[in-house]
Design a protein around this ligand. Structure first.
Ligand code: CA2
Length: 147
């Protein structure tokens, strides 16, 4: 059994309360349940951590080193400018999936750029809540084929 760390960035704790046209009506705890079910179905354990603070997310990435097989991260708006999160992801040796509810490329131009994409194994974006299952399955598959 491997541990998969799901990280949620700023404002994702407010999901379900505003902007349902973009992000859907599900809450963050609903998304964590979807991810947990997907991980459990493959015999793995899921841990989740949400923070509105960049340094706390960096500390969580450091804490996953040598302990977790994969990180699935929705960095929220940090995606677009947080170089320190990109640097932290570069230090993690396992599978890394960048995850977004929305297709950021169909939205405002400032959302088109991700500073973390160059440091991840792959990206899941635009599939809403279903993306949380897809991302876990991608992490499991990528982890199984490593080495
Ligand atoms: O599509 C995604 O998953 C995003 O990572 C969500 C971020 C956004 O800054 C990225 O460009 C794309 C924003 C999450 C904030 O979600 C809200 C939830 C409730 C009310 C307002 C925003």
């Amino acid at each position: 059994m491997a541990t998969i760390l799901l990280l949620s960035g700023p404002n994702l704790n407010l999901l379900g309360e505003r902007e349902p046209d973009i992000y859907g009506t599900v809450s963050l705890s609903d998304l964590v349940a979807i991810a947990t079910d997907a991980a459990t179905a493959h015999g793995h354990k899921l841990e989740h951590f949400q923070s509105n603070h960049e340094g706390e997310l960096i500390d969580a990435i450091h804490g996953a080193r040598g302990r977790c097989a994969a990180i699935v991260i929705n960095p929220g708006a940090f995606t677009h400018y947080a170089y320190a999160i990109a640097d932290a992801l570069a230090t993690f040796e396992g599978t890394k999936i960048e995850l977004h509810l929305s297709n950021t490329h169909t939205r405002e131009s400032w959302r088109h750029r991700s500073v973390v994409s160059a440091y991840v194994t792959g990206i899941v974006a635009g599939f809403g809540a279903n993306g949380y299952r897809l991302a876990i399955e991608a992490a499991v598959a990528a982890t199984a084929t490593r080495n």
